[in-house]
Design a protein around this ligand. Structure first.
Ligand SMILES: Cc1cc2nc3c(=O)[nH]c(=O)nc-3n(C[C@H](O)[C@H](O)[C@H](O)COP(=O)(O)O)c2cc1C
Length: 438
């Protein structure tokens, strides 16, 4: 079914898409809360997935890093140690869910397209058409050390490799329908099919998460969904306009690409109660120790002598420092440090308060009514097609949202009251791609 054929609701409103994010590497989880449970036991994955399916979400999302990050020579305190590999987890979840899409993050820099395509084809078959692949491109040498290719790929080449990677994967999937398979490109040579039938979705859904100009271009060309950090109304609109504006170059329509910012939600019976809860959660997420850690990640030097309740350091940050290894590329650390300093001066904030203000913005804080109205506003305004919800508690952190906000979105006529189809493509209103014949 194409978007044009989607049943329109009486008011002709745009529909909201929702996904559940299961944390991995994170500073979101409030570990001190007695309701916090394991992030590695299957029962936790199962519980959050079942909640998402009860809430009729489009998909369940697993982020993944390929190496535990390090800080000051030790394993980063906020990384989850012992988590099973994502596609394996999703294959198990396919057996305990029915309709929920299942998305795994697989890096295009450190894997091979032939094998990756085979694994996603298997997930798509085992789940009867619910697989999605979040294509990420981190290329740092620290991660590369596990692949005996330390730093082998220039930052600029990450997306040429990723684009070729996805093209080859699609050819491999189409080979399952009898299309001949032969690719001889800059990064990959693939000669013969592996014998897995074409996936039920034709091509599993492709998600992109990355923000550079090359990343956006790659998404416009090859992705079905973008997972983005542009979560305010203004930034979301600008981002959507930018990436959706690139689609025509590739013969694609605006609805062929869904923009889904990561988002958090804190509910209360009154606006004041929700605000209080939200502030308490931020204080728990940014402990004095975590505040210094966040600062050290920007400054790139040991700041353990600083008082988290005192002012920001007046020393300059060190770019390309090896103090923190394996984190996402942070861009211009001088500009970031300057921005944090200016904010702290302007508002009289301590180190900890500055980190609370600048990291981990809370998206939706309010009564269920207010949150449903705000989500609706975002989607109708074209600032997003929906949200990937990141709970601060695992695995029960989306219970309240599903019980209290989803029914209000349904009342507003902007969210399904039952799954219309069985595949993730049908939840997203995306057609099954035709087999390309050469
Ligand atoms: C919202 C979001 C989520 C991401 N999740 C992951 C992840 O789970 N694993 C990973 O290795 N990289 C992840 N990344 C990193 C991106 O794939 C990419 O490597 C990084 O953002 C740099 O790309 P860029 O230069 O296009 O921004 C994520 C990025 C964003 C914006």
């Amino acid at each position: 079914m194409t978007s044009a054929e989607m049943p329109s609701n009486p008011a002709g409103k745009r529909q909201v898409h929702l996904a559940a994010h299961f944390p991995g590497v994170n500073s979101t989880t409030v570990w001190a809360d007695p309701r916090s449970r394991s992030q590695i036991d299957f029962t936790s994955f199962e519980q959050l997935a079942r909640t998402a399916e009860r809430g009729l979400f489009d998909f369940f999302f697993l982020a993944e890093g390929l190496r535990l990050r390090e800080h000051k020579g030790r394993i980063h305190d906020l990384d989850v140690v012992g988590r099973p590999e994502s596609i394996t987890v999703l294959n198990a979840l396919a057996g305990v869910t029915d309709r929920l899409g299942l998305a795994a993050t697989v890096n295009a820099t450190f894997n091979e397209p032939y094998e990756t395509a085979r694994r996603f084809a298997a997930l798509d078959h085992l789940s009867a058409g619910r697989a999605a692949w979040n294509v990420v491109t981190s290329s740092d040498a620290f991660t590369g050390e596990n692949f005996r290719r330390g730093g082998f790929l220039d930052r600029a080449d990450r997306y040429t490799r990723a684009a070729e990677f996805v093209d080859v994967a699609r050819q491999v999937w189409d080979a399952g329908a009898g299309r001949p398979l032969r690719h001889d490109g800059r990064h990959f040579t693939v000669e013969g099919p592996h014998g897995v039938a074409r996936p039920p979705q034709g091509h599993p859904v492709v998600i992109q998460a990355g923000d550079s100009d090359e990343g956006r271009e790659f998404a416009a060309r090859a992705a079905d969904v973008i997972f983005t950090r542009h979560g305010t109304l203004e930034a979301g609109r600008a981002f959507s306009a930018d990436v959706k504006g690139r689609l025509a170059r590739y013969g694609r329509a605006r609805d062929d690409l869904k923009i889904m910012p990561g988002a958090t939600c804190v509910l209360g019976d009154s606006a004041a109660e929700a605000q209080e809860r939200a502030a308490a959660i931020r204080r728990q997420q940014v402990s004095p120790q975590n505040a210094l850690l966040a600062l050290e990640q920007v400054w790139g030097v040991d700041l353990s002598g600083y008082d988290p309740d005192g002012p920001l350091p007046d020393i300059d940050p060190v770019p390309d420092s090896a103090l923190s290894q394996g984190r996402t590329h942070r861009g211009d650390v001088f500009a970031l440090a300057e921005k944090w300093r200016a904010l702290s001066l302007e508002k009289g904030l301590s180190i900890r308060q500055t980190v609370i203000e600048t990291t981990g913005r809370q998206s939706f804080v309010g009564t269920p009514d207010a949150v449903a109205a705000e989500i609706d506003t975002f989607v109708q305004a074209g600032a997003a097609d929906g949200f990937i919800l990141v709970p601060h508690l695992t695995p029960g952190g989306l219970d309240d949202f599903v019980d209290r906000v989803v029914p209000l979105l349904q009342e507003r006529g902007v969210f399904r009251s039952a799954y219309a189809g069985t595949t993730l493509r049908s939840h997203l209103g995306l057609a099954v791609p035709e087999v390309l014949h050469t």
